[in-house]
Design a protein around this ligand. Structure first.
Ligand SMILES: *[C@@H]1O[C@H](CO)[C@@H](O)[C@H](O)[C@H]1NC(C)=O
Ligand SMILES: *[C@@H]1O[C@H](CO)[C@@H](O)[C@H](O)[C@H]1NC(C)=O
Ligand SMILES: *[C@@H]1O[C@H](CO)[C@@H](O)[C@H](O)[C@H]1NC(C)=O
Ligand SMILES: *[C@@H]1O[C@H](CO)[C@@H](O)[C@H](O)[C@H]1NC(C)=O
Ligand SMILES: *[C@@H]1O[C@H](CO)[C@@H](O)[C@H](O)[C@H]1NC(C)=O
Length: 385
């Protein structure tokens, strides 16, 4: 055979070998989500996560959200924390889901219409404290989580723009605020938050968003303590039934505490060692001031009007009324089987908003790690390998 024919044959075989199977999947994107910067609204892409052939698949929703995407089927993954009456939480797209099973695909549920997202149904929010400090803004509160598609009794988990594979949970999730100093009180000037954490579950939530202009945004919004809930990651004195705006001092960095005059850093044990049943410290709730309370009906009336118009047009009921009524989700003590956990930067946690450490730890007790979704298991294997 002429040498030329031989090499052609070789090329053909080699090509067949390559194309007979898909190229190996990768874990990490070319650029971590936290390194992608966009301006709102002019610079928002259809999706922030455009890598293909990654283990967790494609971004499930989109970031370019407008009046055509608005509504309770929206898959908008562009979120906001502006004020007590104007913020969004990450929650599942389908009813009766656990956070652990859906962490990669949560969508934005907002207190008001107008940004192409879902709207948090009237009565879901049972108490919210908005806190502004020098380095971050935070909302902590109580929620009938079944109204935002979280299964009754799910102790939930943590969402942030990192995740074990640096694509974020949800994948491609973006978050903006008009409340930082850079906006200079102009509600139409938005800053992308690069560091934030959102714990959802156990009938409560906390969303802390750090000002990127601060020197310690990544420390104040540390995302690695995903098993110890709001009480340790966003220490607060939010009260169920109270809606208030406060100014406050900065918290300690999550996981950092002072014991007998020595500054210590907590190490969160891996899930393989079982439930976290004791903690070496009690988090300090920083001083707050200038708290102003509101009635929820005054805060969330535009959400209520969205739902009353839905009810009117479908003529099924006239009962959507007041935003003040909360229907309890029965999120007290629950059997461990309903809790789930995955290792991809979300674990089964009790997110006590202002619950004491002991009840919160009991909440995350026996169930943590008991049910690991397939995705979570795959991730443990990938990341332990
Ligand atoms: C509205 O959002 C959809 C979904 O992201 C997008 O396809 C469409 O181009 C947007 N429309 C405008 C005018 O930006
Ligand atoms: C939610 O899902 C669980 C487990 O799949 C099921 O047992 C329960 O009946 C569902 N609840 C609702 C309200 O659909
Ligand atoms: C800006 O937003 C705040 C908080 O939602 C609101 O109180 C204020 O009225 C808004 N300012 C303007 C000019 O709309
Ligand atoms: C925002 O402004 C306040 C008041 O001047 C200041 O105390 C705080 O440090 C500023 N925050 C950042 C992140 O620069
Ligand atoms: C908050 O209050 C509502 C209404 O009283 C109650 O149904 C709900 O269980 C409470 N949430 C928590 C986490 O205690």
């Amino acid at each position: 055979m002429p040498r030329f024919a031989l090499s052609l044959a070789f090329v053909a075989i080699a090509a067949a070998g390559i194309f007979a199977q898909d190229p190996p999947m990768s874990t990490y994107p070319a650029t971590p989500l936290a390194n992608k910067h966009f301006s709102y609204p002019s610079g928002i892409p259809y999706q922030a996560d455009t890598d293909t052939n990654l283990i967790r698949g494609a971004q499930s929703g989109y970031n370019l959200c407008n009046s055509t995407t608005e509504g309770q089927d929206s898959l908008c993954q562009t979120s906001f924390l502006n004020h007590l009456d104007d913020f969004c939480l990450w929650a599942p797209p389908e009813p009766n889901s656990t956070i652990a099973d859906t962490e990669g695909e949560e969508v934005a549920w907002c207190t008001k219409p107008g940004r192409g997202t879902r709207v948090i149904p009237p009565g879901a929010l049972q108490g919210v404290q908005y806190m502004r400090t020098p380095d971050y803004i935070q909302v902590v509160g109580f929620i009938d989580q079944t109204k935002v598609n979280i299964a009754d009794g799910d102790y939930g988990g943590e969402l942030d723009p990192h995740g074990a594979d640096l694509r974020g949970n949800p994948l491609g999730g973006l978050l903006f605020s008009n409340a930082f100093n850079a906006s200079n009180s102009d509600n139409n000037t938005f800053t992308q938050a690069i560091e934030w954490t959102n714990f959802m579950g156990g009938g409560s939530f906390c969303l802390k968003v750090c000002d990127p202009a601060g020197a310690h945004a990544a420390d104040y919004c540390q995302h690695i303590f995903d098993r110890i809930g709001c009480a340790y990651n966003a220490p607060n004195n939010a009260q169920n039934g109270t809606f208030e705006v406060c100014l406050g001092d900065n918290q300690d960095f999550p996981g950092v505490y002072t014991s007998s005059g020595t500054v210590m850093t907590y190490t969160q044990p891996p899930e393989s060692l079982g439930a976290i049943t004791t903690m070496p410290y009690t988090p300090v709730v920083p001083a707050s001031s200038s708290c102003t309370t509101f009635a929820s009906a005054d805060l969330y009336s535009s959400a209520a009007s969205v739902f009353s118009s839905i009810v009117t047009t479908t003529a099924t009921s006239t009962a959507s009324g007041s935003a003040k009524t909360g229907s309890g989700s029965g999120s007290g003590s629950l059997p461990s089987a309903t809790r789930s956990s995955s290792s991809a930067d979300v674990s089964g946690v009790a997110n006590g908003a202002s619950m004491g450490a002991s009840s919160m730890l009991m909440g995350s007790g026996a169930g943590a790690g008991a049910v690991i979704g397939l995705m979570g298991l795959l991730f443990s294997m990938t990341f332990l390998a």
